[in-house]
Design a protein around this ligand. Structure first.
Ligand SMILES: Cc1ncc(COP(=O)(O)O)c(C=O)c1O
Length: 413
């Protein structure tokens, strides 16, 4: 008799919601179907977009006989790391001038968060600090929780962020939670275009946040996954990160180039470390190198090469900024068109939040029953939280989506 499987007791894991939603969408044969769940840019024809600047650089790479497929260094491509950090921190960053920054090329923004979390779980403010509270915003991108748990952190907490009644930031709650957090707690902060709420603190509010964090010795770990998507302007979208650095904080900043370069499946990310001095940063990087070695050993080259080539060539850089603006502008247009339609239909409630929120996502305020109605009856796919990706909207489906939301709000409680 054959032995029973060694894996017989493995329970079936729940599918990852946002990927499951896309799979359901693909199987749906209704011609009216719309996917507002996916976290990726789409053109007005509902297609993925290869940025023209990326296509250009890829063609150059294909014709460059000096390139090969040798391993990259463990910490990644030096030109990529330095220039990725530069666009996060700014050309005239005091930390760059004082040579107290370092970076690690990572597998997407997720990889950067994970390497940062792994490092902190081993070395943050001493050693073996998995008991340090890690605070994530309520709500947040669901993977924050998973990544820090997987790195061994045992005390993941939430800080207040979203005020559902006001459909905006709960600044008071946020500041109170920071006041009450144990000193040296780690705070994950969305650098811009907060996922899923599309609501960011204003510069003045960021100043208040920084004040409390400084006084309470709280550690800012910025997650920058949408630089350029909030305002269309890279510098404006990096304001918070740069302000914290100018205030003397030591920070980590994970960057994803998935969205702003459209390089989702190339897995291009960077983790920037800003320290008190260069010596500290070198020791931190030496430990991160050990972590990378046992994680993916060394990173992939193609995506990092595309980004590095673009960021180091003034013409390509200008072209990329234009491509980012094209994406940001289309999203802004969809926001105002959706709001205008809902208001014209006199859909109950207020819809100004649709245009006040920024970035790729909007937190519509639709409840889980209304979401279910939209999926089942209208073939419009979105997350149960009511988050929609504005890029799923096009000039062709706006009317259908707006009338469907109107029906959901008026028919379903
Ligand atoms: C807030 C946030 N952080 C990080 C990421 C991860 O990005 P990447 O796909 O580059 O791992 C995402 C992607 O959706 C995100 O929304």
């Amino acid at each position: 008799m054959a032995a029973a499987s060694l894996f017989r007791d493995v329970p079936q894991a729940q599918p990852v919601l946002v990927f499951k939603l896309t799979a359901d969408f693909r199987e749906d044969t209704d011609p009216r179907k719309v996917n507002l769940g996916v976290g990726a840019y789409r053109t007005d024809d509902c297609q993925p977009w290869v940025l023209p600047v990326v296509k250009k650089v890829e063609q150059r790479i294909a014709g460059d006989n000096t390139l090969n497929h040798e391993y990259l260094p463990i910490l990644g491509l030096p030109e990529f790391r330095a220039n990725a950090s530069r666009i996060a921190l700014g050309d005239d960053s005091p930390a760059i001038k004082e040579k107290r920054i370092g970076s690690v090329q990572c597998l997407g923004g997720t990889g950067a968060l994970r390497i940062g979390a792994e490092f902190l779980s081993r070395w943050y403010n001493g050693t073996n600090n998995t008991a340090t509270p890690v605070y994530v915003s309520s709500p947040t991108w669901e993977n924050h929780n998973g990544v820090f748990t997987a790195a061994g952190f045992k005390d993941i907490r939430t800080y207040r962020y979203w005020d559902a009644a006001k459909r905006g930031l709960n600044l008071e709650g946020l500041l109170q939670d920071m006041e009450n957090a144990p000193e040296f707690s780690i705070f994950i902060l969305h650098a811009c275009a907060h996922n899923p709420t599309g609501t960011d603190p204003t510069p003045d509010q960021w100043k208040q946040i920084a004040d409390v964090m400084k006084r309470r010795f709280l550690f800012p770990f910025f997650d920058s996954a949408y630089q350029g998507f909030a305002s269309g302007n890279l510098d404006k979208d990096a304001w918070a990160v740069r302000y914290f650095v100018s205030e003397g904080f030591e920070i980590f900043c994970s960057q994803s180039f998935s969205k702003n370069f459209g390089l989702y499946n190339e897995r291009v990310g960077n983790l920037t470390v800003v320290g008190k001095d260069g010596d500290n940063v070198l020791r931190v990087l030496s430990q991160m190198e050990k972590i990378v070695r046992v994680t993916w050993s060394n990173p992939p080259s193609q995506g990092a090469h595309i980004v590095a080539t673009t960021l180091t060539n003034p013409e390509l850089f200008a072209e990329w900024k234009g491509n980012v603006k094209t994406m940001a502008d289309r999203i802004l247009k969809m926001r105002s068109e959706l709001r205008a339609r809902l208001e014209a239909l006199r859909t109950p409630g207020t819809w100004n939040h649709i245009t006040e929120q920024i970035g790729m996502f909007s937190f519509t305020g639709l409840n889980p029953n209304q979401v279910e109605y939209l999926i089942k009856e209208k073939h419009i796919y979105l997350l149960p939280s009511g988050r929609i990706n504005m890029c799923g909207l096009t000039t062709k489906n706006l009317d259908y989506v707006a009338t469907s939301i109107h029906e959901a709000v008026t028919k379903v409680q």
